[in-house]
Design a protein around this ligand. Structure first.
Ligand code: PLP
Length: 350
């Protein structure tokens, strides 16, 4: 095979993944040939997975966490909906989410035959609780909140979402796939131990700086995880809760390596740097007359009136747009101030 550079991150402003931490990269390489899907045989990586889940529990504030390292947020979200569906006693299950929920819930709906009901968000792009409550009924199996939304980095009112779920005998799922590793450092110091949250998605391969594939599904009880279990007659272990069978030990090992290296001080420092970059960019764009959605977490969205995306792409920039056609920049760990300075200089050029 011709030698192709895998990815140059120096102009990537669109991705929710990043260059893995060197320790995470090294661990991923070492564990490439392991399969945590067969824990009886691959014991070392299986022990690391237990450690990974423990650490994710610490980061989210969930005591006694159960769960596993998934291929990513999509799998974790699908599995969370599957837990809720399997536990409920209805032939016509539905899930209620804000319209800001990630498109992986559309996949979950389709695969699992669970109707997806989405409520409009409020003026600040957070779940509108009145609109959410209107959609909940006796067949609602899970109410979903997003903690770090894909487009605007917004955190929904999770305690209110948990109350709504509890009052209707549904589960509460929090999608912190992207936000999970920054939430503890925000002014609100988000953690989910005290709220009635049942399942959480938190992805080490996003802000956690682990190698892809490393998503995380957490729950507070083994009984909920057991809703996913199927018998595994030909393996050394007896049952499996994961969606995939064979899966990469690279994700598991790199997640542990990244978290051991960075939790908590490294992630804290990263959050402050990313947030400062996001605020700087927001100011620069506002000063140029653009309507900017104030960053709450390190994502900046701005209503760019010019059709910039293609021109910027030609200059090597990778940027994305929101559903409302705003330019969206994700200030991931590889995004530095000097990168943003040259981005703004290029914007000025048009
Ligand atoms: N949830 C949120 C909030 C996301 O932002 C994303 C991806 O960006 C996902 C879920 C899906 O994660 P993945 O692409 O790792 O499957």
């Amino acid at each position: 095979m011709q030698r192709v550079e895998p990815q140059d991150f120096s102009r990537v402003l669109s991705s929710m993944c990043t260059r893995p931490h060197p320790r995470a990269r090294e661990a991923a390489e070492r564990f490439l040939a392991t399969n945590p899907g067969d824990p009886g045989t691959y014991e070392a990586v299986s022990e690391l997975e237990t450690e990974a889940v423990e650490m994710l529990g610490t980061i989210t504030g969930l005591p006694n966490p159960e769960g596993y390292i998934a291929s990513g947020g999509t799998e974790a979200n699908i599995q969370a909906v599957r837990i809720a569906r399997n536990r409920a006693d209805t032939d016509r299950p539905n899930m209620v989410a804000p319209e800001s929920a990630h498109f992986s819930f559309n996949k979950a709906a389709d695969l699992l035959n669970v109707e997806l009901r989405t409520a409009p968000t409020d003026a600040d792009h957070r779940a509108d609780m009145e609109a959410m409550a209107e959609l909940v009924d006796d067949d609602t199996v899970v109410v979903i909140g997003v903690a770090g939304s894909t487009e605007y980095g917004r955190v929904d009112p999770i305690p209110a979402i948990a109350d709504l779920a509890r009052d209707n005998d549904a589960l509460c799922h929090v999608d912190a796939a992207w936000g999970g590793f920054v939430l503890p450092f925000t002014e609100k110091r988000w953690h989910f131990g005290h709220a009635d949250v049942d399942t959480i998605t938190i992805d080490p391969h996003k802000m956690g700086q682990a190698a892809v594939p490393a998503g995380g599904l957490l729950t507070h009880s083994q009984a909920l995880l057991d809703e996913l279990a199927v018998d595994t007659p030909y393996l050394e272990s007896k049952s499996q809760a994961t969606l995939t069978g064979t899966r990469s030990g690279a994700g598991v090992a790199s997640a542990v390596a990244a978290m051991e290296e960075l939790w908590p001080m490294g992630y804290r420092r990263q959050y402050y740097e990313s947030m400062e970059n996001a605020e700087w960019l927001a100011e620069q764009l506002a000063a140029r007359g653009h309507d900017v959605v104030e960053p709450e977490l390190p994502i900046v969205a701005a209503d760019m009136t010019m059709p910039v995306t293609e021109d910027l792409r030609r200059r090597g920039w990778r940027i994305s747009k929101t559903g409302a056609d705003e330019m969206r920049v994700v200030c991931m760990p590889h995004v530095t101030k000097s990168m943003l300075r040259s981005f703004v200089a290029d914007l000025d050029w048009f």
